[in-house]
Design a protein around this ligand. Sequence first.
Ligand code: 4AD
Ligand code: MG
Length: 482
Amino acid sequence: MSQRIKIKSLLQSGETGFETTVKGWVRTFRNNQFIALNDGSTNQNLQVVVDFENTDPALLKRITTGAAISATGQVVASLGKGQKVEVKAASIEILGDSDPEKYPLQPKKHSLEFLREIAHLRFRTNTFGAVFRVRNTLAFAVHQFFQERGFVYLNTPIITASDAEGAGETFHVTNFNLNNVPKTAEGEVDYKEDFFGKATNLTVSGQLEGELGAMALSDIYTFGPTFRAENSNTTRHLAEFWMIEPEMAFCDLEDNANLAEALLKQVIKEALDKNADDLEFLAQRLAEEEKQKPQNERLELGLLEKLQFCLDHDFERLTYTEAIEILKNSSQNKKKKFNYLIESWGADLQSEHERYLVEKHFKKPVILTDYPAEIKAFYMRQNEPDAEGRQTVRAMDILFPGIGEMVGGSQREERLDKLERRMDEMNIPKEELDWYLDTRRFGACEHAGFGLGFERLVQFVTGMGNIRDVIPFPRFPKNAEF
Ligand code: 4AD
Ligand code: MG
């Protein structure tokens, strides 16, 4: 029996005049003759031509949308348009039937909302096939970027006792029987009795442990799932998302921003190079979606142009203080069109402000630095107060068109006294983070890092509007299907 070949290789090579076997799922079957077969290796379907006059009618009936089949035959030049080669089937075997009356994916356009409900089958659509192949390319490209630069891939714990961001958005992890929770004499939950002997949660970020690694290995990165119990029902938030967190010793905020910009550009370029077909398809999908919108709400650039634009231009860099001036003086603010008006320095930036800066004002990715200490985490390096006595920290957020915050990072406070003072001010329990403070006691040095939200990156590159459509099985409030 001839070996099975993947459809992508068959179509790419364009060779003809040999016998082969292909396996995949039937997308459509036309005129009892033409099967559009897809095996997920590419967005392109392979045309398999059936000699219906010499095929058992009972078998023909079983070639239905969704069925898994194996087809063996000669690879020949195709007369049909849209493909160079096709397979003239000498034999067809049904590997798995699919009852067309019951199969939820009909050969027609389904809404993304509907497909989300059948996420176990949506991989079989053109859109999701493309999205998850692009996601795969981006993940590999992230590893490649760091590996080329000698970073050590470090796996930080998923179960932890710390809340790295101090935002109180952790999911608890417990082995208690919730109907009978052990209590202390004072009536408090007695975590000493729990599996780990203390209160634990799912990690919100691997940063603190990542810093420990960087203080010995120089450059590390994590790439793993993180969990946030923020009750945000938006198109940009998940309760479980993947984050890439590099941490570098002997590195300041500018090096940090340079690294993030280089990373983003390299992985976007990889996707453009490796997934041209998929991105072409997604670009068309997006263009059609855009046509449904009123003219003035449409995107200025198509997906491919947008990605190329991002590669060709330096990201805009400015401080929070400069951004506040722009926002304060914007017509949007003056005409009171923001939901949250920018009145004074110190205001936290809402997504509407971030999007104004990148989409309306600069029209490109923006790196915002030096935020007020008040609105940022405890570990960020403190600047000298400015002339007006305002306290900022060496933070950086990278904002992207259509996405808002893609990256959050900072230079870290390596000075023990300043770090401890800030922890006290913010009520961060020092005893519990004694291990973290040790890096400031023994061989502390300048260091920095950032967190890149992987799904937001996939969203940007694929042009998908909802973050729930770029992760196989999204977790969000009131949903943990599959
Ligand atoms: O800005 P964040 O909260 O930063 C940190 O966690 C730092 N400890 C990172 C570091 O310096 N090592 O999160 C980083 C990024 C955000 O910019 C965003 O892209 C993404 O993670 N993110 C989310 N993505 C999807 N759903 C959510 N709920 C997200 N929350 C943050
Ligand atoms: Mg952030």
